[in-house]
Design a binder for this molecule. Sequence first.
Ligand SMILES: [Zn+2]
Length: 310
Amino acid sequence: MKPTQQCPCCGSDSFQEWTKATDREYRTTDETFTLYRCNNCESLYLHPVPIDRLSIIYPSNYYSFAEQNTSIISSIKTGLDKRFFRQLSQSVKKQSLTALDVGGGVGWELNVLQEADNRVKNTMIVDLDPDAAAGAAKNGHGYFCGRIEEYETTTKYDIILMLNLIEHVEFPSEVLKKCRELLSDEGIIIIKTPNCDALDARIFRNRNWGGFHCPRHWTLFTKSSFELCAKNAGLSVKTFSYTQGAPFWATSTLFALENIGMVKITKERPVVYHPLYAPLTGIFAGFDFIRGIFAKTSQMFFVLEKGKQI
Ligand SMILES: [Zn+2]
């Protein structure tokens, strides 16, 4: 008998099996995971999610725990982020701004946001990693170690960042509802999340697409399924854009090269640390940059604001 399951995006219990995937990126487990596609909203989701094994599936060499990268590609990205943040924060007309980064680690993105807009004063991070607290304090940010649903405060935030986070959580609609509660009336939520309705998602569907980030991405949205999830949480989309998904292309390509014996990925040297990863990412960033003019790429930026009604 199939277990009862509901789409984490829209709640529908109508689904089809989409594909199977394994942790080829970090090799933390030999288990094979099943991804389902919701027949109602077309989100993809993992079921069941390995919520009891977080310390295994997020190993100590997981990329977001690493020191800040100082490479040229990373500096370009920081410069682009700064420009992007500056454009968005200027839409909030206040003398000083409060900001919250959900899953923000030691606060690199908040640092960039503060460099982009010097009105950003009161900054807070909510993250599950106890080891990030000291680094966050050093960067001048407040830190709450726990899930966003557990974070209680009277502060309302003008800018909430959730960059590549919502796809990792068990209940995305609950997270969005909580963010709405924490948002000031004129505030914005900036979200980045993969798009499972992309060319590479189709090409690599049965070959461990990089965007599956299996088993760490639990819900993968399309533009319209995420809009629905946000609407159900009382939020509306202020602006939307696709952005380059080069890391997914690079990861998928490395898996394909491994299939023909040209590269080797190990637990000690996962995909992100493979010497071909950075050059492949550079090439695909260019490819997606051109393609992004007319096609749906595999990462999406949403800027949300409070909806007219809950
Ligand atoms: Zn759904």
